[in-house]
Design a protein around this ligand. Structure first.
Ligand SMILES: Nc1ncnc2c1ncn2[C@@H]1O[C@H](COP(=O)(O)OP(=O)(O)OP(=O)(O)O)[C@@H](O)[C@H]1O
Ligand SMILES: [Mg+2]
Length: 375
């Protein structure tokens, strides 16, 4: 009885020996495969051109066009290159396995044929093909869904952004132009509208950035990440005149990645480190590196308020915050943007933190090798 799970398909057998053809034909038709057969490489190319099979069993030793040549031609054509080819060869032939795989064969069967072996090898390939098709289909669906979502969020964000700018613009205009006609209550209310509008614009801006990060092409280069950290920390100190943060930066650490995206990562991590040490007596932020399991791990360590790691499961998902807006301002999108960028670099990010004992964020990027030497 046939196995109900076995994938049935359309198989083309190519062999110049009619007895071989007949043997394989009956083996496979008995098992409900649809089988076509031809006696030469030339015929095979014609048949495939008319209607591509799911799988080809291809004899190697044939006059005129041999199996290797037929395989090469099929693999060079866009229309036929995806068809899996299993080579057929006699045990006593000088069969070059490396060449068979080199020209694009996926497997081989040696003559004399053993029924079970032929069936298993054929089924394996058809099953792989089926899985491949399913993955391709799901991928296409996912890409479309993703595109829809991106387009949707982009559209919503842009439209909302414009509307909020208009609301904020008019609020400001009213409070300026009609200042002498508004009592202090009224002015407070308008200030409230304006502040909330500004916050909303910030959230939208962050969301836009999050969706852009997913779409932009990465432009890789080697750069001095220590210099980037120094530049950003200088800017943060300048922006906050009261800052007394002690930055400790290991110099000359080099990195292979997209400079602009990595700037966003460091801005977010360093802004967080500053924000969450702003209530610490002697704030200290350290940037450094160490090597572990063959990777260059980078870290940003602070001695701020920290958090309870047990509660931080969703730290890298948008809008997830461990501190209240009253304690520390923020939208909760920073770390999700950071994580997406690191993932796009085929890297990873994680943390170590304890309440009131600071937080450390560790990350690495996929490494770049030049002539086998790691950079
Ligand atoms: N260095 C840190 N020390 C303590 N808590 C941190 C630190 N970094 C992040 N967190 C916690 O993780 C949460 C998420 O961080 P994230 O950067 O995504 O958001 P945010 O800083 O609140 O807002 P924003 O989107 O404006 O950056 C923060 O709300 C905070 O609770
Ligand atoms: Mg943040």
């Amino acid at each position: 009885m046939n196995n109900p799970n076995s994938p049935k398909g359309d198989i083309l057998i190519v062999d110049d020996v009619p007895e071989n053809l007949q043997l394989l034909f009956s083996m496979l038709t008995e098992r409900d495969y649809e089988v076509r057969r031809v006696l030469s490489g030339k015929q095979a190319l014609q048949v495939v051109d008319m209607e591509a099979p799911d799988l080809i069993l291809l004899d190697i030793k044939m006059p005129e066009l041999d199996g290797y040549e037929v395989c090469k031609i099929l693999k060079a054509q866009e229309k036929t290159k995806h068809i899996p080819i299993i080579f057929l060869s006699a045990l006593n032939d000088t069969f070059d396995k490396v060449r068979a795989f080199d020209v694009g064969g996926v497997d081989y069967i040696t003559k004399p044929f053993q029924i079970e072996e032929v069936v298993i090898r054929v089924e394996n390939q058809l099953r792989l093909l089926k899985m491949q098709k399913e993955i391709e289909f799901k991928n296409k669906e996912l890409i479309l869904l993703n595109q829809d979502l991106e387009a949707f969020s982009h559209r919503v964000s842009h439209d909302l952004k414009n509307k909020i700018h208009i609301i904020n613009g008019f609020t400001e205009l009213i409070t300026q132009e009609f200042s002498d006609q508004l009592d202090s209550h009224c002015k407070d209310y308008f200030r409230y509208i304006y502040d909330e509008g500004k916050r909303m614009a910030e959230v939208i801006q962050d969301l836009l950035r999050l969706s852009q990060v997913q779409n932009t092409e990465l432009e890789y280069s080697t750069f001095n990440i220590s210099e980037l950290v120094t530049e950003i920390s200088d800017k943060l100190i300048k922006e906050n005149k009261d800052s007394i943060v002690d930055f400790v930066i290991t110099p000359n650490i080099y990195c292979w990645g997209d400079l602009n995206l990595m700037r966003i990562v460091l801005e977010n991590l360093l802004e967080n480190a500053c924000k969450y040490t702003s209530k610490t007596e002697k704030p200290r932020i350290e940037f450094g590196t160490f090597r572990k399991e063959g990777k260059n791990i980078l870290f940003i360590k602070d001695n701020g308020v920290g958090f309870d790691s047990a509660m931080a499961e969703k730290l890298f998902t948008p809008f997830h915050r461990l501190h209240s807006e009253k304690e520390f301002k923020g939208t909760g999108i920073g770390l999700s943007t950071v994580k997406r960028i690191i993932q796009r670099h085929q890297g990873d990010i994680w943390y170590e933190a304890k309440i009131n004992q600071g937080a450390t964020f560790y990350f690495y990027l996929s490494e770049y090798r030049h002539n086998g030497v790691r950079i």
